[in-house]
Design a protein around this ligand. Structure first.
Ligand code: HEM
Length: 203
């Protein structure tokens, strides 16, 4: 439980920050949204997140392009012959759902390789498991039990990182992937953080 809840959150944040330095106009738009709501005199709070729709769209778009758990229902074994639609899955087959392939499928997503958070402002797609085009936490009985906590953590961290700092690449960003237990960046992200506001740390 602890492992599933820490590496996924950290890995997703690293992917998002990679996108922020690769797409400075997206970063600036998110900072403008946060500045308008929060200003420069206090830190972002959890209660601000529902009022930051563009920030939420960035997280959704990162979950679509870089799902930390790309294979769902990891290694389920068919214990008897079963039909899925017209397809026969023979007993003894190990099967899993390739969510990565679904979230990059051009028949489901316009311009699937583009990082475009605006797509989720145009269409509100849930990531919680009710829409199988984008189920980065799985769906059904084995859906991730920590998804609300994971999302809340990522939203708050991202909002605070963007509010406090402007992010610039220290080295060219390499988006190569590496599938371990989660889908990680093959080469660690390295960037500069330039302070935007000097807000005292909360006591
Ligand atoms: C952004 C963060 C997270 C992502 C992307 C994520 C993703 C996933 C995915 C894809 C699965 C597998 C679903 C399946 O096999 O169909 C899963 C399972 C699981 N997750 Fe998460 N997760 C995240 C955060 C968390 C957190 C914060 C916790 C705990 C506090 C957690 C605990 C678990 C556990 C215990 C399972 C196994 C559930 C089972 O097999 O019944 N996850 N998660």
């Amino acid at each position: 439980m602890i492992f599933r809840g820490t590496d996924t959150v950290a890995i997703l944040l690293e992917w998002i920050m990679a996108r922020m330095v690769l797409h400075p106009h997206v970063q600036a738009k998110a900072q403008q949204e946060i500045d308008t709501l929060v200003g420069s005199g206090r830190h972002v709070q959890d209660s601000d997140i529902p009022n930051l729709p563009y920030l939420q769209s960035i997280v959704k778009e990162a979950l679509r392009l870089h799902p930390p758990g790309p294979l769902l229902s990891w290694a389920r074994l068919a214990i008897r012959d079963v039909h899925v639609g017209k397809l026969l899955v023979p007993a003894g087959t190990t099967a899993m759902v390739n969510m990565w392939a679904i979230t990059h499928d051009p028949s489901l997503w316009k311009d699937p390789w583009a990082f475009n958070p605006d797509r989720f402002l145009e269409e509100d797609v849930s990531v919680m498991g009710s829409d199988l085009r984008l189920a980065p936490f799985g769906a059904g009985r084995r859906v991730c039990p920590g998804r609300a906590m994971g999302l809340a953590t990522v939203h708050l961290w991202l909002a605070r990182l963007l509010h406090q700092f402007k992010w610039l690449p220290a080295h060219p960003v390499d988006l190569s992937e590496c599938l371990r237990l989660s889908l990680e960046m093959k080469k660690a992200l390295s960037c500069y953080a330039v302070r935007r506001y000097d807000i005292p740390l909360p006591t």
